[in-house]
Design a protein around this ligand. Structure first.
Ligand SMILES: *[C@@H]1O[C@H](CO)[C@@H](O)[C@H](O)[C@H]1NC(C)=O
Ligand SMILES: *[C@@H]1O[C@H](CO)[C@@H](O)[C@H](O)[C@H]1NC(C)=O
Length: 299
């Protein structure tokens, strides 16, 4: 056997330095952290994510963290498909500037915006998609949020407002999933049943392929959330018609793999993180949650 030839002399420190500089300039430096894009939830905005941004740059110095400043506070009630389109426009240039890819961290309602964005963006380069207490399988509960938006309604009657054309112009209605009015949900909800493939449509196959470009799906939530109802919706669990929670693996969209969830899971790329003792608005500022559920996926 021939011994491999040594080309030239040992590189001088100056040469090494130049090489490192070159790697950095071309964005190929392997130890650079990918940019993190944050999408806020309902009734909030960038202000609520200052702490989280600090956590990220503290553990991963040099990370570019961007909280998208759009549809803040009351504007977060705008229809979700419209928001998805505009968030995509805002995030596209960030992805293009990051050939090595980005991470997407999305809170509450933002988690649905992000999933819809990922399903409808053919060329996205998102590596980790972190869904932080998002009603991924829908929402059905009497909460303060509901009272603010529809003061005269309780969960039993909201379907009357939500499941028609006008109602669908309010973001909450786009993921309102009334287990007692399944056929009206399928017929009138123009967002979640399409996203989940509960209602078959022509784009299903391509949406699934787009979604499957992600490398990791991280689902975070817990029983003391107080807003996401049932809280298991943060992990794709949801009520059946008797309001018994059916876990993700027994959901039809999982078993049929309508949007790629089962494939991701079979690939070993779904990470579920459950924490008790965390209220809805505390998920993004709780350092324990950050350390145990988020940090490791943002490299
Ligand atoms: C799942 O597959 C079954 C059997 O093919 C079908 O009857 C059902 O409508 C599908 N459900 C969804 C949500 O795709
Ligand atoms: C932070 O998370 C820990 C661990 O889950 C929990 O015990 C604690 O109550 C949380 N604190 C707040 C303020 O949310």
């Amino acid at each position: 056997m021939k011994t491999p030839q040594v080309i030239g002399d040992t590189p001088t420190p100056l040469l090494l330095l130049l090489l490192l500089l070159l790697l950095r300039l071309t964005g190929l430096c392997i130890d650079a952290y990918k940019p993190v894009v944050i999408v806020h939830g309902i009734f909030d905005g960038p202000k609520q994510f200052i702490k989280l941004s600090t956590y990220i740059t503290k553990v991963h110095p040099g990370t570019e963290v961007k909280v998208i400043d759009m549809y803040d506070n009351m504007a977060s009630l705008k229809p979700l498909w419209k928001q998805v389109r505009d968030f995509r426009k805002a995030i596209n240039p960030i992805m293009q500037k990051a050939p090595g890819g980005i991470h997407l961290l999305c809170f509450s309602q933002g988690g649905l915006i992000c999933r819809a964005l990922l399903s409808t963006a053919p060329n996205h380069n998102v590596h980790s998609f972190i869904s932080l207490s998002s009603p991924q399988a829908g929402q059905y509960g009497d909460t303060d949020y509901l009272k603010w938006v529809f003061p005269d309604c309780v969960k039993k009657t909201v379907f009357r407002i939500c499941y028609n054309r006008l109602g669908q112009k309010v973001s909450i209605c786009d993921y309102w999933n009334d287990p007692h009015h399944r056929s009206r949900y399928l017929q009138s909800n123009t967002f979640l049943p399409l996203l989940n493939g509960d209602k078959p449509h022509n784009e299903m196959k391509s949406w699934r392929e787009n979604f499957l470009r992600i490398k990791k799906l991280v689902l975070i939530g817990g029983p003391d959330d107080g807003v996401i109802t049932p809280w298991e919706s943060s992990h794709f669990g949801f009520y059946d018609s008797k309001e018994t929670v059916v876990q993700m693996r027994n959901q039809e969209f999982y078993k049929n793999d309508t949007f790629g969830l089962k494939m991701l899971s079979d690939r070993g790329d779904v990470s579920v993180c459950v924490h008790s003792g965390v209220k809805h608005v505390q998920w993004h500022s709780n350092f324990t949650v950050f350390r145990s559920c988020i940090e490791k996926w943002l490299t």
